[in-house]
Unconditional design. Structure first.
Length: 393
């Protein structure tokens, strides 16, 4: 069976590419259904893009690579597509856009788009063999217990990275990239919780607080969640993409709270109140009880000098911690690193030295922040490859 384009991976990037590549196109995925990562995202409502998506929200060894695709298919283009399909949406914090209903609406929208484009979709289909030919590529796949031979002029790698292996994520795109001589940058779990081997936060599991997490590279102001394994929440997931094993992080538990002034004023109004009790008005009581083992907070408010309060504020706003690791690909929302962007055209996503081979989405060394950015990269890179293939035809 011969196709113009075969796309490996029926996720966000692969489906977007299929909707735009034209010709006779086939999308292949080993999962039972298309868009599984879309389905579970955003608590089942799909954080499908971010109103503020731009190149500065992405990590890559080449920070300029993503600019072209993001500029030619923006968040506003995808929002327009969502609107044309009658999908209601709302904005949460920091420009994050979610479906009012279900993430399945986004999947159905994409399936409708590829159907309109005339593309085929084969699920529960696995690649058994792949090789380059003079005119393109030859594949052997297994579907419904049968081996099927396929050929195509264009092959698109859209199988994602290693994150969430229980959903079937594999390193297939990386294996194929190596097969054809493409370079890979180091890959690791990103947007992932930190772990602490001593279980020090077990008693705080479930406690959440606004915080600023930082290291020597960057900082993020969002919620911090204590878990039985360590630290999670948006601020932690964001910082994890910029963290290396063995490095310390710094936690500010009162980033926007004028706690010094509040405590000093209360010292005048109710000095007999215990310092820890007063702190529990501004921070979760369980957290205050925990911190008493690390930060001096004995006595009443009246006993605290300005110098003592200053030391307390300094401790609460600069708490050094060294995670022992992360939860890894098991819970990571995305994989950092991947196919080296130096081997790809930023305008078409085609491999420079392998004509007809394209790589898009999470398989590429472009990783977005938490909050809809990685979906936007999928839409933009999938669109770039699709349009390039259609134009070439």
């Amino acid at each position: 069976m011969t196709y113009d384009t075969i796309i490996l991976g029926a996720g966000a990037a692969g489906l977007m590419c299929a909707a735009h590549c034209g010709g006779r196109a086939l999308v292949i995925d080993h999962a039972k259904a298309a868009g599984e990562k879309i389905r579970i995202s955003g608590g089942g409502r799909c954080n499908f893009t971010n109103m503020y998506a731009g190149p500065g929200n992405f990590l890559s060894q080449n920070p300029h690579f993503c600019k072209s695709a993001l500029a030619r298919y923006t968040q506003w283009d995808f929002i327009d597509l969502v609107g044309r399909h009658g999908i209601a949406w709302h904005e949460k914090t920091l420009g994050q856009l979610f479906c009012d209903g279900s993430s399945k609406q986004i999947i159905q929208m994409l399936l409708t788009e590829i159907d309109r484009a005339g593309a085929e979709l084969w699920v529960q289909t696995s690649v058994q063999d792949l090789r380059k030919t003079e005119s393109g590529f030859a594949l052997e796949v297994e579907r419904e217990g049968q081996r099927i031979s396929l050929t195509c002029a264009n092959l698109v790698l859209a199988t994602g990275g290693k994150s969430i292996p229980k959903m079937g994520a594999t390193g297939l795109a990386y294996d194929i990239a190596r097969q054809f001589g493409l370079t890979l940058t180091e890959t690791r779990a990103a947007l992932v919780p930190f772990t602490f081997s001593d279980g020090k936060f077990k008693d705080l599991s479930g406690v959440s607080v606004p915080a600023r997490l930082s290291n020597d590279r960057t900082s993020f102001d969002e919620a911090l969640l204590f878990t039985h394994r360590g630290l999670s929440g948006p601020s932690v997931l964001q910082l994890s993409s910029y963290w290396r094993e063995g490095e310390a992080i710094r936690v500010n538990l009162i980033p926007d709270l004028p706690l010094f002034d509040l405590l000093r004023d209360q010292r005048q109004a109710g000095g007999r109140k215990a310092l820890a009790t007063e702190l529990s008005r501004h921070l979760p009581a369980r957290l205050v009880d925990f911190l008493r083992h690390y930060i001096p907070m004995q006595g009443n408010l009246a006993d605290q000098s300005d110098a003592a309060l200053t030391e307390l504020i300094a401790a609460l706003s600069d708490w050094p911690l060294t995670p022992s690791g992360t939860e890894g690909y098991r819970t990571a929302e995305v994989t950092l690193g991947g196919i080296d962007t130096d081997d790809l055209s930023s305008k078409t996503m085609e491999a420079r030295d392998v004509p007809g081979l394209y790589a898009i989405g999470e398989a590429v060394d472009v990783t977005g922040w938490l909050g809809g950015y990685n979906f936007q990269w999928a839409w933009s890179s999938g669109h770039a490859a699709g349009v390039a293939i259609a134009t070439k035809a």
